[in-house]
Design a protein around this ligand. Structure first.
Ligand code: ATP
Length: 253
């Protein structure tokens, strides 16, 4: 259940005329099947936009995005949903307050006309470490970490190969962040998922990612292996500065 991802010269401009903003001038990177690839960089550098392009949440980009060698634009919606899923930062905003966990998890199964719904939902909820009784809970009856587990279960229920993770732990308490990262790590080991993970936290990259791209003003300055973090092996000045600041912060805490 692994898939490769390739972006080639992906570019996106929001707006038109004098207010047009080129948010991504040209982004190219490759992710191997089963790899966890991080996207880091300052706020507004375009990290989430890259995920939105890959997932086709926005489709006004130019260039090529291939998933398992197939252009994502040519994938029918149904196939795309069963290949890739996204997990967002804010588990409060991403779950409908009036929908029970059962409704949240059953919706994709109904849309995709999949059978054995109860079994699939029970498996998904157990896979994210929650009791089956939680299927009958509503979001307000869940903690932030439990909500994020439900959001991950929703992403898993169609058994995708690629998860796009947009700061999946940054809205959570520090103690809960590690639990969610460990859950994501375990799921990747068990299922061989490919992950592309946006984060502003290099400690998260160090914990989770095989390689990571450092973005600045919509461009990738450098792609580095995780083990470039401890000795600050970056060569681009901005990437060196980012890693240096993170190492300084870590040593002071
Ligand atoms: N739909 C849109 N219309 C206009 N501008 C947009 C749109 N979406 C994103 N942008 C702009 O694109 C830039 C990049 O945004 P993006 O959310 O990708 O950055 P980011 O690196 O993920 O930031 P953060 O870490 O703060 O989430 C920002 O300047 C943002 O204002």
């Amino acid at each position: 259940m692994s898939v490769s991802v390739e972006t080639r010269d992906v570019s996106i401009t929001f707006g038109a005329g004098p207010t047009a903003t080129k948010v991504l001038p040209s982004v190219s990177f490759s992710v191997s099947p089963g790899e966890c690839f991080g996207l880091v960089g300052e706020s507004g550098s375009g990290k989430s936009t890259v995920l939105r392009c890959i997932s086709m949440l926005t489709d006004i980009w130019t260039g090529d995005i291939l998933i398992g060698g197939k252009p994502v634009r040519e994938m029918p919606l149904i196939e795309r949903c069963r290949t890739l899923q996204m997990v967002f930062q804010d588990p409060y905003g991403s779950l409908h307050p009036r929908q029970s966990v059962r409704t949240v998890l059953s919706e994709p199964l109904v849309i995709h006309k999949l059978g054995d719904r109860e079994d699939r939902m029970r498996k998904a909820i157990a896979d994210v470490g929650l009791p089956v009784s939680f299927l009958d809970r509503f979001p307000h009856q869940l903690s932030g970490g439990q909500r994020q587990r439900v959001a991950i279960a929703r992403a898993l229920i169609l058994e995708p190969s690629l998860l796009l993770l947009d700061e999946p732990t940054s809205a959570l308490d520090v103690s809960v962040q590690a639990e969610i990262l460990n859950l994501l790590q375990r799921l990747r080991e068990e299922r061989g998922f490919t992950y592309i993970m946006v984060t502003h936290d290099l400690a998260v990259v160090d914990h989770m990612c095989d390689r990571f791209a450092v973005m600045l003003h919509g461009e990738i300055t450098e792609v580095l292996p995780r083990d470039a973090i401890p000795g600050n092996g970056a060569t681009h000045p901005y990437a060196r500065e980012l890693i240096g600041a993170s190492l300084e912060y870590e040593s002071a805490h």
